[in-house]
Design a binder for this molecule. Sequence first.
Ligand code: NAD
Ligand code: ZN
Length: 359
Amino acid sequence: MSDSISVQTSTEDIYELHFGYDLSAELEEFVQHYGSAKAFLMVDAFVLKHHRTHFEKALKSHFNELHIFEVPRGEQAKNIEIYKQAVDFVLSEGAERGTPLIAIGGGVTGDLSGFVAATVLRGLPLIHIPTTLLAMVDSSIGGKTGINHHTGKNLVGSFYQPAAVFADVKYLETLPEKEWVNGLSEVLKYGMIHSPEILEQVNTLIKENTFVDGKSWLPLIQQSAKIKVEIVAEDVLEAGKRAFLNFGHTFAHVIEKQGDYKLYSHGEAVYAGMIAAVHASNSLGANIDLSNLMQFKPLYKLNLNEVKASPEELVYLMKTDKKVKDEQIQLILLKELSSPYVYKVSDTAFVQRAWEHTL
Ligand code: NAD
Ligand code: ZN
């Protein structure tokens, strides 16, 4: 069972995003066109332990040599030291220009491996096999790769498009609920900024209690990915519309930072950030029903009372963020559901009120 979406990033570059349950046959067929007898695999440690036979089955028939680099679990793998180890591994095991590098894991593995692929020999063919909900609907699409720096997240990286993406929901069978919820925030985001019917569909899936059942999530995953593809295709290098994907994220970043990136997951912070963004939108004249988001509250363990900073301090953190220019905070707000716009604000009292309503 499979389906695909074509992604065009420039007039020459088109790649396919494949979706389905067990994409072994599609993957096996795709890799046939590589002349190389070897491939490099960068695989999340958990995925390597639990799904190794699944991906090896598809790759072994074509490649005589699979060189596997195990990516440690967690955000700390996106660091310069692991990047260096991976580059050393790939070069010392004899990578050549056409040797493909296959990233199998969540967003951490994808971002790190993508950056290795982008930089080794000025570019190895890259295949993404996202294994988390977040990676399937978000990080494997759009070509952003990179690692963190001690002064901030994702500060070293490049835009580098894959040759193909295989979103095989069979991997999701082992995904813990916490990680489903983490990725769910991005799905809800697509519902808020683009396709409100997604919110209803998520509601139905959750009532049926179908976390872990990747198959029933497949249509929603595909629809979400398609929205990201569309937005990114119109703005490959992030000059305009792509900013809409940051809905909830300007608020979220300070929550994550305030919790030292440990207390709150990205998804939890984005969920809270979207609530703040709805409050902010409504105070500027929109009339968005907050229950669009609040109906999912029971899934989120985040207790906003635990956010120790005051609304005033959170605004200060927003204003002093590295990406802020001239103390103007850039927010993505909604005129109504599915109508996002960019709002640059120096009136911090207004942002503070949005926090007060949220916390
Ligand atoms: P992750 O890669 O850390 O994966 C989360 C956890 O799930 C890890 O512990 C991992 O071992 C485990 N895991 C992965 N697949 C599994 C499976 N099938 N079954 C069981 N466990 C599994 O995190 P993530 O949420 O996938 O990605 C977050 C990262 O993505 C962040 O670093 C973020 O900056 C990045 N990101 C990048 C983009 C982009 O455009 N490049 C967009 C959004 C997020
Ligand atoms: Zn996000």
